[in-house]
Design a protein around this ligand. Sequence first.
Ligand code: SF4
Ligand code: SF4
Length: 403
Amino acid sequence: MTFVDVPPDRRRQHDPSAQQGAGEAPVFTFLLVKLASRCNIACTYCYWFRDADVYKKPAVFTVEAESAFCEKLEQHINEFQLENFMVVFHGGEPLLFPKRRFVKLQESLAGIEERTGCVIDRGVCTNGILIDDEWVEIFCKYDIGVSISIDGPPDIHDAQRVDFKGQGTHADVIAGLKRVRAAGIEPGLITVCNPATDPERILSYIVDELGFERFDILPPDASHLDKPPPIDAYFIKLFDVWYDRYAARGVRISTLDAMIQGLMGDAAVSDTIGLGPIETVTLMSDGTLEPLDVLRIVGDGSTRTDVSVFRDSLQDIQKDFRWRAAYDASLRLCDTCKQCEFMDACGGGHLAQRWSAERGFDNPSVYCASWMNIFNHIWKRISPTLVLDFNTGAADKSSTAAP
Ligand code: SF4
Ligand code: SF4
């Protein structure tokens, strides 16, 4: 699972001039903190453990790294006079981090807020299994947003999200979900698509049975080193079922929203798809800073850097060639994508999808043929509903909310 539930306003808006090359490096206002390098389950599609480097990292965020991080975060906030910052706790499974230390970390962050006046929003991305009443109390006390991964009804979820004995985890995840909801927290929900399954069943389960109105469905992580099955039939049916049956009820799927916004000429604000800079910084459990963590699917040590909160400032990660390569590549598409009619909406797919051993990031997405079919289909369905404003030349977007 790679999704990070970051509010759209935390992402840079698409700057068309960025196609010419990397612009001025951004000041970070968002950090992915790896509280644990290990996980309590073994999902079949997991990106994290595809990189043997993660086994060399401490199992949980060390006390020393935590202290150096808090110091560097406060310096960063002061240096750039930040009013807001966002920290997402991630893993592995972040709830393997001891609760006592998690509370202490929240108190440290609260102290930084008090001294700097900067609001530090916090979220956790979890598989949900370890959520107990104590965790729920902590989430409530420190106002921590929660995102849980559920891949659909039991048979679909349990085929891929399994424990170390190969047993499904669905029942335990649902128990965790119920606990947070009982405390009044409405979590985010992340689903990874299995193209061999029926998206109609997924939608019916997530919306009609679990009662979610906003969530995301992501393609499996893959690069050109993999040979992933096509995802077009899945996403086309997902779109049709959503558009015909759920859109008018206010149900929103972030990836579909981003695709439609992109087709309408707006900035597509999704981790999955769309043109825009990748600025993500990942803090590992040993205090090293890395680029976007999912890029590790391209090989062992592929996101490794020497930048560390013990020596360097948070902003120093920009000097690292790997972070810089990812950032620059997110702004420079290959020639095929530059000539594509869906360039703005697709942006070459997710950055990791563009990687090949021969050409690095200089490729269309490994899902390119699928994205083309999906965008063509969505455009065919929404374009008859658009109303052109002859004063501005813009399409009236309100007409696309529902058929
Ligand atoms: S819960 Fe996340 S980190 Fe753990 S195995 Fe599954 S995808 Fe990997
Ligand atoms: S559809 Fe293919 S060619 Fe077009 S932008 Fe996406 S990846 Fe590039």
